[in-house]
Design a protein. Structure first.
Length: 147
C-alpha cells in the first residue's frame, strides 16, 4: 500500500498563514486528481504530480476534475472548508486515492496540495459514474478543519 492515510500536508499549514489559498466560492480553483495504488503520498506531499495518476476516461482527464467550493464557515471554535461532491461519468476508473490541490495559487507555489485522500482500498467503476462524496461539513468530519 503506497497511500498511508488521509493528510493535510505540512506545507498547506504554512501556506494558510501566507494567504496562498482562497476557499470562497469566488476564490481560487481547486481540483481533485485520482491516483493508482502505485502513488506515494503522505504529509510531506507538496504539489500535484501526474506520476501514477489514473489515465483519462469518460469525463475524467489529466489533472483531475474541478471542485466546487462551499464558502468557508465556522462551527463552535472550528473553521471549516468544504467542497461539493464530484462525479466523473462514462468513466472506467480504478483509484486508490486522490490529491486535492489549488490550481491557481498566489505567490510562488505551483499546484500546492491541500489534502491527500486515501480511499482505504482500490475503488473502481466500469463505464459508469465514479463519485467522490465529501464528508459532512461539521467540526468532526469536514474535509478541512482548522482547530
Amino acid at each position: 500500500m503506497a497511500f498511508t492515510g488521509n493528510y493535510i500536508p505540512t506545507s498547506f499549514k504554512q501556506q494558510l498563514l501566507e494567504g496562498v489559498h482562497d476557499f470562497r466560492t469566488t476564490g481560487h480553483t481547486f481540483k481533485v486528481a485520482l491516483y493508482t495504488s502505485s502513488a506515494t503520498f503522505n504529509a510531506s506531499t507538496t504539489a500535484y504530480t501526474a506520476t501514477n495518476e489514473i489515465p483519462a476516461s469518460g469525463t475524467y482527464s489529466a489533472g483531475g476534475g474541478t471542485l466546487t467550493c462551499v464558502d468557508p464557515t465556522t462551527s463552535g471554535s472550528v473553521g471549516l472548508a468544504d467542497f461539493a461532491d464530484i462525479s466523473f461519468t462514462g468513466a472506467t476508473i480504478t483509484a486508490r486515492g486522490a490529491l486535492i490541490y489549488n490550481s491557481t495559487p498566489a505567490h510562488t507555489y505551483s499546484d500546492p496540495v491541500v489534502a491527500v485522500l486515501d480511499f482505504g482500498m482500490d475503488r473502481s467503476d466500469t463505464a459508469g459514474v465514479f463519485t467522490i462524496t465529501f464528508p459532512t461539513a461539521d467540526p468532526t468530519n469536514a474535509i478541512i478543519r482548522v482547530t
